[in-house]
Write a protein that binds this ligand. Structure first.
Ligand SMILES: Nc1ncnc2c1ncn2[C@@H]1O[C@H](COP(=O)(O)OP(=O)(O)OP(=O)(O)O)[C@@H](O)[C@H]1O
Ligand SMILES: [Mg+2]
Length: 131
């Protein structure tokens, strides 16, 4: 099964053609990387795939859901790890875990258990109240 399907995606900024009819599929269990020089359009494509930008034409399916037609369902299937540190620096470790756990739909006892587990794995139990 393909978890990502990119079909005929085209994007222009003003008159500049940035993505020219991009097509690919990524199957479940596959590790797929795309590389290219600065300005090649990698970030533009990632933004389109995650529903942050709309393509001029073409479609994207994530886990079988069209990112534009069923964005919530498609986005539930996406885990995005940006280049920058993906933490709220003004919050302590515990609150960060509560926040990100909640984004993934965890709450109550399960959220608490998972936070304890993660603090243990990372050796941060003693530092959970530190930023
Ligand atoms: N919002 C925007 N408005 C106008 N042009 C843009 C916009 N975003 C990106 N571009 C242009 O689109 C092209 C592709 O940019 P993009 O950021 O997708 O490239 P990239 O492959 O991620 O580059 P890098 O390796 O530097 O991160 C570049 O020419 C860039 O200047
Ligand atoms: Mg980029």
């Amino acid at each position: 099964m393909s978890i990502i399907k990119v079909k005929n995606v085209t994007k222009r900024f003003n008159d500049k053609l940035v993505l020219d009819n991009i097509n690919y599929e990524v199957k479940e269990g596959e590790i797929f990387g795309f590389i290219g020089p600065n300005g090649a359009g990698k970030s533009t494509l990632i933004n389109i795939m995650t529903g942050l930008l709309t393509p001029d034409s073409g479609t994207i399916e994530v886990c079988g859901y069209d990112i534009l037609k069923e964005p919530i369902k498609a986005k539930k299937c996406i885990g995005y790890v940006p280049q920058e540190l993906a933490l709220m620096e003004e919050l302590n470790a515990l609150t960060n875990l509560e926040f990100f756990g909640a984004l993934y739909g965890l709450k109550g006892k399960l959220l608490k258990e998972r936070i304890e587990e993660v603090l243990k794995i990372t050796g941060l139990e003693e530092k959970k109240n530190k930023k």
